[in-house]
Design a protein around this ligand. Structure first.
Ligand code: OAD
Length: 260
């Protein structure tokens, strides 16, 4: 069978699984938002591996965007966080986000567990979203309880300060070497303990165990798992179905197959 024929057949199989499943987990990464025009972290045009546009400070981006570095030099970390925010600015959800949101109305129990900080799953209408790495639109004070939300960073000072206590304000995102947010971890563990009949990873290079574990868990239980990614990743050989396609394309085709 040709590659396109194989993909078409796999889409039909996965749509049939989706049509029957009572519980579905979508684990998503930067590739889902690539179809909204956002850069990914890794791969072609990725923020972290574009050698020509390397950080001026001469340090890897993983250091500049780390919790310990932020504590030493918050202004520099803010500079790089702003670049990420600028790359997200004005982005709209794409059909991949929209189809996942619409599926919530069809599947008894559906969760989206995302590593993305762009807020596009909730913007698309998904309710059951676990934002494992936080959300770039939320800001919080590093010293007091002050919290706020912003549409973008255009009106923020280079080093934003808390209006209540003047301490440095930071985005409510997980920096390198920081713990995941407690509430998100609790939600993830709670839902994973309930198990999922069908697990998808979509647009992620799957660098973390919390992305690969649900796929391994599904495999152990004899359940189905699907990877949607034009490239191969560390879960490609673990999933039962590999859809080598972009997220918006694959999700649109899955939705069409489900309607048939
Ligand atoms: P990555 O940039 O590591 O991976 C993006 C994946 O999306 C790659 O495997 C691409 O092949 C794939 N991709 C590209 N375009 C796509 C498309 N149109 N449709 C589907 N897939 C596509 O991003 P993440 O896996 O999200 O964490 O990275 C995970 C975490 O690593 C990030 O949340 C960030 C980073 O370090 C923190 O900052 C804490």
């Amino acid at each position: 069978m040709s590659e396109t024929g194989e993909l078409a057949a796999a889409i039909e199989e996965v749509a049939a699984l989706l049509g029957r499943a009572e519980s579905v987990l979508f684990i998503t990464g930067a590739g889902v938002s690539a179809d909204s025009g956002l850069p990914t972290y890794r791969g072609v045009g990725g923020l972290y591996n574009d050698e020509d546009a390397g950080p001026e400070e001469g340090l890897p981006i993983e250091v500049l965007l780390s919790g310990p570095f932020f504590q030493r030099d918050p202004a520099t970390t803010w500079k790089y966080i702003r670049q990420i925010e600028e790359a997200c600015r004005g982005a709209q959800p794409n059909p991949a986000h929209a189809v996942m949101a619409a599926l919530e109305g069809r599947v008894d129990r559906l969760w989206v567990m995302t590593q993305n900080v762009d807020g596009l799953h909730t913007a698309a209408g998904s309710q059951n979203v676990i934002e494992l790495h936080g959300n770039i639109h939320r800001l919080r004070c590093t010293a007091c309880d002050y919290r706020t939300s912003v549409r973008d960073y255009s009106a923020l000072a280079p080093l934003p300060r808390c209006p209540d206590c003047r301490a440095v304000v930071r985005p409510d995102v997980v920096l390198f070497e920081e713990m995941l947010p407690e509430a998100a971890v609790a939600a993830m563990l709670r839902e994973r303990a309930r198990g999922f009949e069908l697990v998808f990873t979509v647009g992620t290079s799957s660098p973390f165990p919390y992305v690969t574990d649900p796929v391994i868990q599904a495999r152990r239980r004899g359940g189905a798992s699907v990877e949607i990614n034009p490239d191969r990743t560390r879960v490609s050989d673990l999933v039962t179905h590999k859809l080598s396609a972009g997220a918006a394309d694959a999700m649109t085709r899955l939705a069409a197959a489900l309607r048939r």
